[in-house]
Write a protein that binds this ligand. Structure first.
Ligand code: 13P
Length: 336
């Protein structure tokens, strides 16, 4: 088994998932503004450290994705990566520099960050990171995502993945088709399949070792302003079909983003996916909002209430881990 494959499996096995705590400072400021907490370096660290030292880290969280600011922060004598490692998880790092307007298209985006990436990766490796994240983002409409957007983001994801593996880390490949719009789940299925297939086509051209890659896709859903809503079971069926047809067998695991689903929706859908999983892929979570939302809301009322905040986060992480094993239920959700 290659070292990269071992890292990927350590992050994803036994119902463990990924805590995506890599919001850029601008995004984190939006999240903190929404709950009326001042966004400064100290508060961002306090909230994140509260999560990273929670009890559920050891049993539920296999990896934590950090932002550049956080991976360099310290708490007393320990660095944040050390704290994460001591709590049983692997530190990861977001390495793209964001989605910018795509030249040649009027409304689409291309993710940047390849310039100087090899050098930045070496620094992150020394700081303790063993996996990375790069997010390509695609909007959906009758004509989008365009083939230009699908092709250029796949190319960037492949160049990124190849550089990351060269540096001894596992790349998370995250092509996110946004939920925004009134499109049908059928259109989401077609576009997501096309996007993922193109990503792997490019990864293979760039000689990326597929056993050392984690895919982070969206689930197949109706648009968030669509009037019709497919059931959790249909979400699971369509998502599994899409991934079975689009992802090469060598890939060890898939960790979904929550993408704006509520905590409950993201948990319930993941549970159905695992109950029905007829693929050989591990199917787990790499949630940002769907792991943090309730904890953040509670914390914002009293930022010194570490214990209370951790209890809420622990519950969410445990529910997601049950869902990653197909063992979640509404009764268990209420009991805890
Ligand atoms: P959400 O789960 O909030 O979509 O965040 C996951 C993520 O890492 C987005 O890049």
């Amino acid at each position: 088994m290659s070292e990269l494959n071992k890292i990927a499996l350590k992050i994803l096995s036994d119902g463990k998932g990924i805590l995506a705590a890599d919001e850029s400072t601008a995004t984190m400021t939006k999240r903190l503004d929404a709950v009326k907490v001042q966004s400064n370096e100290q508060n961002r660290l306090l909230f994140r450290k509260t999560l990273f030292t929670s009890e559920s880290m050891k049993s539920c969280i296999g990896g934590v994705i950090l932002y550049d600011e956080t991976i360099k922060q310290k708490s007393e004598t320990k660095s944040i990566p050390e704290i994460i490692i001591n709590n049983g998880a692997i530190p990861g790092i977001k390495v793209d520099t964001g989605a910018k307007p795509l030249a040649g298209s009027t409304e689409e985006k291309i993710t940047e960050g390849l310039d100087g990436l090899r050098e930045r990766l070496k620094v992150y490796y020394k700081l303790g990171a063993r996996f990375t994240k790069w997010r390509g983002v695609y909007s959906i409409s009758k004509k989008n995502p365009s083939s230009l957007c699908i092709h250029s983001n796949a190319h960037a994801l492949a160049r990124y993945s190849s550089l990351v593996q060269e540096c001894g880390m596992v790349p998370i490949v995250e092509p996110e088709l946004l939920m925004d719009g009134n499109h049908s789940a059928a259109l989401c299925f077609d576009k997501t399949s096309e996007i993922i297939k193109k990503c792997f086509e490019e990864l293979i051209i760039h000689n990326v070792d597929l056993k050392g890659v984690i895919l982070k896709p969206n689930m197949i859903l109706d648009g968030n302003s669509s009037e019709s809503k497919i059931t959790n079971e249909e979400v699971a069926d369509l998502t599994l079909k899409c991934l079975k047809d689009s992802v090469p067998q060598e890939v060890p695991g898939i960790a979904f983003l929550s993408g704006g689903q509520t905590e409950l929706e993201a948990t319930e859908n993941l549970n159905f996916i695992n109950k029905k999983n007829n693929t050989k892929f591990i199917m787990t979570y790499s949630y940002g909002r769907a792991l943090q939302q309730s904890a953040l809301k509670h914390w914002s009322k009293n930022i010194q209430d570490i214990k209370g905040t951790q209890e809420i986060f622990n519950h969410r992480a445990r529910m997601c881990t049950l869902a990653a094993k197909g063992e979640w239920s509404k009764e268990l959700e209420k009991k805890n």
